[in-house]
Design a protein around this ligand. Structure first.
Ligand code: C2E
Ligand code: MG
Ligand code: MG
Ligand code: MG
Length: 284
């Protein structure tokens, strides 16, 4: 009888499930190693204004894995969020970003740039978050008014009152806020109005087909109109072609980020990108 039950149980056992559990456990412990051994890097993607003049750069994390090579955040951030490892990783990001921002201050080409970084909901909800940011700025003597934090709508929806209070504290230091992946979330306009934001970052899914899909163009136009009423700047993400850029300019969007201007690159390579992009802007 017992044997039978066991056999029946076995019928529900899917070896692929065990595989995925093992893989997850490996990834999780690999992530601990990564945190301890400093296997993360920040890459930077340039942001430009309407003339194509560099105005800032977004820091994007990568994992330099000993066997897998450079691993993209899409492959480890979701797991890190689930396990809580995003907290030490996020703290590392903030410190690395502030150290970089400080370095830019001694370079005439870089010192006016804003540095944006991304944070996860869990990080933003942790009570120590404002202190972590303040300490990182102090430790590296980095200018807070050159720092921008990219949030997603989910960060804000999780606990709006808390989020607004934290944003206000950090704004007093001069830090600015951008709402990332804008248009893909669910926030109501009523709600958006209350947020102490500086910038909306239009999600790349609306930019991708903007020159062929009139629906996408209409959405972006509506975002532009709303942002101007609410006093938010707008930046378009995922700009890859001249056509997309011209179309965005024609509807009043004059801030861009995307492969057209540069891919995310190492801090060292960003110096070259910035110089080349700045030169192209002058020649335009
Ligand atoms: P995101 O913040 O929306 O970043 C933009 C993503 O779009 C980046 O992918 C960037 O490489 C990519 N991208 C930029 N321009 C173009 C373009 O013209 N075409 C296309 N197809 N893609 C473009 P990446 O670096 O793989 O990052 C993916 C996501 O991972 C980020 O989306 C962000 O949500 C998250 N992430 C990155 N770094 C961090 C971090 O330090 N902390 C946290 N919590 N999340 C991060
Ligand atoms: Mg972002
Ligand atoms: Mg985005
Ligand atoms: Mg995103």
């Amino acid at each position: 009888q017992a044997k039978n039950t066991a056999r029946n149980t076995m019928q529900f056992f899917d070896p692929r499930m065990q595989e995925s559990i093992n893989r997850r456990a490996t990834d999780e412990s690999d992530l601990y190693t990564a945190i301890e051994n400093g296997q993360f890097e920040l890459h930077y993607q340039i942001q430009v204004d309407g003339d194509g003049t560099p105005t800032g750069a977004e820091a994007l994390i990568r994992w330099r894995h000993p066997e897998r090579g450079l691993v993209s955040p899409a492959e480890f951030i979701p797991l890190a969020e689930e396990t809580g490892q995003i907290l030490p990783i996020g703290r590392w990001v903030i410190n690395a970003a502030c150290a970089q921002l400080r370095l830019w201050q001694s370079d005439p080409l870089m010192r006016h740039l804003t540095l944006s970084f991304n944070i996860s909901s869990r990080q933003f909800q942790q009570p120590e978050f404002p202190r972590i940011v303040r300490r990182a700025l102090q430790r590296h003597a980095a200018p807070a008014d050159h720092l921008k934090i990219e949030l997603t709508e989910s960060v804000l929806l999780d606990n709006a009152e808390h989020a607004i209070a934290v944003m206000q504290q950090l704004r007093e230091l001069g830090i600015r806020f951008s709402l990332d992946d804008f248009g893909t979330g669910y926030s109501s306009l009523q709600y958006l109005k209350r947020l102490p934001l500086d910038q909306l970052k239009i999600d790349q899914s609306f930019i991708h087909d903007i020159s062929t899909d009139s629906g996408d163009l209409s959405i972006v136009q509506a975002i532009m109109a709303m942002a101007s009423k609410l006093g938010f700047e707008v930046i378009a993400e995922g700009v890859e072609t001249h056509e997309q850029r011209e179309l965005l300019a024609s509807i009043g969007c004059f801030a861009y980020q995307g492969y057209l201007f540069g891919r995310p690159v190492s801090a060292t390579a960003l110096l070259g990108t910035t110089e080349a992009v700045a030169r192209a802007a002058v020649g335009r």
